[in-house]
Ligand binder design. Structure first.
Ligand SMILES: Nc1nc2c(c(=O)[nH]1)N[C@H]1C(S)=C(S)[C@@H](COP(=O)(O)O)O[C@H]1N2
Ligand SMILES: [Mo]
Length: 315
């Protein structure tokens, strides 16, 4: 049977040691950390080219040891429909996105709504690098060194109420900056969502950089979500709002083609996409194909979130 998120106490979401580690993390970044972080973090002049903003970030224990996909592939083969549906479109066209000034509104079912300035978020992210496998629903995969921090840190600060069962992520909706919005491929803005216990999982991160640099626009600058055990489309880019809701958010791809894209979209080689198999994937930069793993190889960490759920029904 489906265990509802409302039945899960926050203390069950992460084991005790994660609470402890989170407390340490907060001590490091929240208090003494702002000063320490400031020396680790040199905000670049945004007109200039990429700078190693996150040069001092520590490798996270959650990182995969697989070799990272070349920077060139990570930044030129993208899905970002706000800039067109071709894989090369975002790299060619996302230059029109203006990422400063930028704010992210965190609101909805919470005691402490707040409009975050992007540079406050960037400062929180200076601590850690996460090398994650990413699997797109269309059948390719990459390994990307992300710079970010657990989404749970931001959620905790908002103090979600007991009605907060889900978290909704909303992308910028400005057709002067995003020419793809003039097309009707999706209902805009791009919206994604997670159950709150999924969003609180330590693997789910808020991400502002890759390869030690601020995110290139085509990868979702200035801030995106990264949820490595789900198909890529769950990881919303260029987000302006994070909203706590009681109802399951209506997500862009689910609204567009509900038969093909469910709310959960956990990577699952046993559940075919209606138009193709999900059993194998092509790692960018490699020849041939490799098998796709349940939960994209993160089953050990996340499978318990779905204990008792029929993942064929909740695809
Ligand atoms: N706002 C927005 N976010 C988005 C998308 C999009 O079209 N718009 N595409 C998604 C899909 S389908 C994938 S596979 C990933 C790709 O991320 P990457 O280009 O950084 O690899 O972004 C996701 N986030
Ligand atoms: Mo995707």
């Amino acid at each position: 049977m489906l265990r509802r998120s409302s039945d899960i106490a926050p203390s069950e979401i992460t084991p005790r040691d994660l609470f402890e580690r989170r407390r340490e993390f907060l001590r490091d970044i929240g208090l003494a950390g702002i000063a320490a972080g400031a020396s680790a973090l040199v905000l670049p002049a945004f007109a200039q080219g990429p700078a190693k903003v996150f040069a001092n970030a520590k490798k996270s224990a959650f990182s995969t040891t697989e070799p990272a996909t070349p920077y060139k592939d990570v930044t030129t083969y993208n899905n970002f429909y706000e800039f067109g549906t071709g894989k090369e479109d975002p790299a060619e066209r996302a230059g029109t996105l203006k990422t400063r000034p930028w704010t992210v509104m965190v609101d909805g079912e919470c005691a402490k709504p707040k409009r975050w300035d992007i540079d406050e978020i960037v400062r929180l992210a200076a601590v850690e690098e996460r090398i994650y496998r990413m699997r797109c629903v269309e059948g390719w995969s990459m390994v990307i060194p992300w710079n970010g921090f657990p989404l749970s840190e931001l959620i905790r600060r908002a103090e979600p109420t007991s009605k907060a069962k889900y978290v909704e992520f909303v992308t910028l909706n400005d057709d002067r900056q995003m020419p793809g919005l003039r097309s009707g491929v999706l209902e805009w803005p791009y919206v994604e969502g997670l159950r709150i216990d999924e969003a609180m999982h330590p693997l789910a991160i808020l991400c502002v950089g890759l390869y030690g640099e601020l995110l290139p626009n085509q990868n979702g600058a200035p801030v995106r979500v990264v949820v490595p055990w789900k198909y890529g489309f769950k990881s919303a880019k260029s987000i302006v709002r994070i909203r706590f809701t009681e109802q399951e958010p209506r997500t862009a791809w689910n609204k567009a083609i509900p038969r093909e894209y469910g709310f959960y979209s956990n990577v699952n080689p046993a559940v075919d996409h209606p138009r193709w198999s999900q059993a194998r994937e092509r790692r960018l930069g490699e020849f041939g194909k490799r098998p796709t793993l349940p939960f994209n190889g993160y089953a050990e960490q996340v499978a318990s979130l779905y204990a008792g759920m029929d993942l064929k029904r909740y695809f």
